[in-house]
Design a protein around this ligand. Structure first.
Ligand SMILES: Cc1cc2nc3c(=O)[nH]c(=O)nc-3n(C[C@H](O)[C@H](O)[C@H](O)COP(=O)(O)OP(=O)(O)OC[C@H]3O[C@@H](n4cnc5c(N)ncnc54)[C@H](O)[C@@H]3O)c2cc1C
Length: 404
């Protein structure tokens, strides 16, 4: 499956990650992780720090899946607002889910600061504006709900917005404690640390099937077989080799990265920007002074082959961005399309397969994928170590739109 196409920006900011390969393959691993993107790297870190023997297999070059197309906005708010999630799963669970996302921001920062390379993690507020008058009530309801449960945020009316930004909207929810990151450097930094912790990497190794072999798993691949006590599927938006995702909705999305802009003087704290409309436009800046813009999701799973289509969509995103920032001389330096997975019930898929023992999944579908990868890595570590995790039920696979 073609999961991205066009010119990606993050791979131009760092060298490819090449494993050193100075190890001998083990006869039996505690855990084999399938996929070397954000989810595989963070899960590997949680498990390797707990002292487990880990192998990470990837059918591609390391870390070249969706994580290299990720635009790197880290937010505690989700595609589904807290007051809407309360309506869907109840107050206690919805608030706990939001708390987990909020706590994941601190975990991401702690890891970012502990890595051997700089990964450009910078705390930023987020501005979620009402795309039209009709959505102002929704924004206000969310503000009231977040305040009620102690999440840091503010509400801006149109005047306050015009004072702080070069554009105004009917209303905006401003959340604090969010961040931007270079997601590819982050994954490379974690993989570098994992190598130091003794994790074994096997790029260009596709997992085809997994069989029960007495009390262990036999993992059949495009190369040699592997044996493990547990397997974790962090396969991103592609079909998992075992199990069926019944709650996944795979679309495609577009993004462009601009030329460096000399200064962002009238952009309030270089906040992350998004909106209430679906699909939403989202915008951030980078340490090089570029603007990253994404949106225009389409109901097709694969990135288009045509460069012309990608450029056309990027031009559309550019026009929308210029309307918000008329004083910047913005041009398109990089433009790409990528598959993008959402979950039908807005909850990521994290946990053990309902009937297949020792098969675990971390599929962080949704705009907040990185935050889900972070919180999911803690949950999986506990489950794999045989410990009870109080939050595991929130994201478990055994649900109407889960994995079977
Ligand atoms: C355009 C775009 C913008 C985004 N922006 C954001 C954002 O701003 N913030 C945010 O938090 N998230 C964002 N996301 C989501 C984020 O990119 C994902 O959550 C994240 O990349 C998922 O990481 P992953 O490790 O699960 O998947 P991937 O990075 O795709 O890694 C999965 C790996 O598994 C490998 N694999 C698959 N099947 C097999 C197999 N059978 N055998 C061996 N290997 C296999 C693949 O080769 C791949 O390398 C965005 C996504 C897109 C597409």
């Amino acid at each position: 499956m073609k999961i991205h196409n066009g010119s990606l920006y993050w791979p131009t900011t760092t060298n490819p990650f090449t494993p050193k390969n100075t190890f001998e393959k083990l006869d039996l691993y505690d855990v084999v992780i399938v996929g070397s993107g954000m989810s595989g790297a963070l899960t590997g870190l949680a498990l390797a720090e707990a002292g487990l023997k880990i192998a990470i297999l990837d059918k591609r070059e390391m870390a070249t899946g969706s994580s290299s197309a990720n635009t790197g906005l880290l937010q505690y708010s989700n595609d589904i607002m807290l007051h809407e999630l309360i309506g869907q799963i109840g107050e206690k669970d919805a608030v706990r889910f939001y708390q987990l996302c909020y706590e994941a921001m601190d975990d991401l920062e702690r890891i970012a600061k502990s890595l051997p390379i700089e990964v450009d993690f910078i705390r930023r507020p987020s501005i979620c504006y009402a795309s039209d008058e009709n959505d102002v009530e929704k924004i206000k309801a969310e503000y009231d709900t977040l305040i009620k449960y102690g999440f840091p945020c503010d509400y801006w009316g149109p005047n306050e917005m015009a004072e702080k930004m070069p554009f105004s909207k009917p209303g905006a929810l401003v959340t604090f404690g969010d961040a931007e990151i270079n997601p590819l450097k982050f994954v490379h930094g974690i993989l570098t640390k994992l190598e130091e912790l003794g994790v074994h990497f096997f790029p260009y190794t596709e997992v085809l099937d997994v069989l029960e072999d007495n009390d262990k798993l036999e993992i059949r691949t495009s190369g040699q077989p592997f044996y493990a006590n547990h397997i974790v599927y962090t396969t991103g938006y592609e079909t998992t080799p075992v199990g069926e995702r019944i709650g996944a909705d795979i679309n495609r999305s577009y993004a462009f990265v601009s030329n460096p802009i000399p200064a962002f003087n009238d952009w309030y704290e270089q906040a992350l920007i998004w909106e209430t409309k679906r699909p939403y436009l989202y915008i951030r800046s980078t340490v090089e002074g570029r603007i990253v813009v994404g949106g225009l999701d389409e109901d097709k799973p694969e990135a288009p082959d045509s460069d012309e289509v990608i450029l056309q969509r990027a031009e559309n995103l550019l026009q929308q961005t210029k309307e918000l920032f008329p004083n910047y001389d913005i041009q398109i330096d990089y433009a790409y399309a990528a598959s993008f997975g959402e979950s039908i019930d807005n909850i990521p898929f994290i946990g053990e397969h309902p009937t297949k023992k020792d098969h675990f999944y971390l599929l962080g579908y949704g705009g907040n994928g990185t935050v889900y990868s972070m919180l999911g890595s803690h949950i999986l570590k506990d489950l794999i170590e045989g410990k009870r995790n109080e939050d595991a039920e929130l994201v478990q696979l055994e649900r109407k739109y889960g994995v079977r």
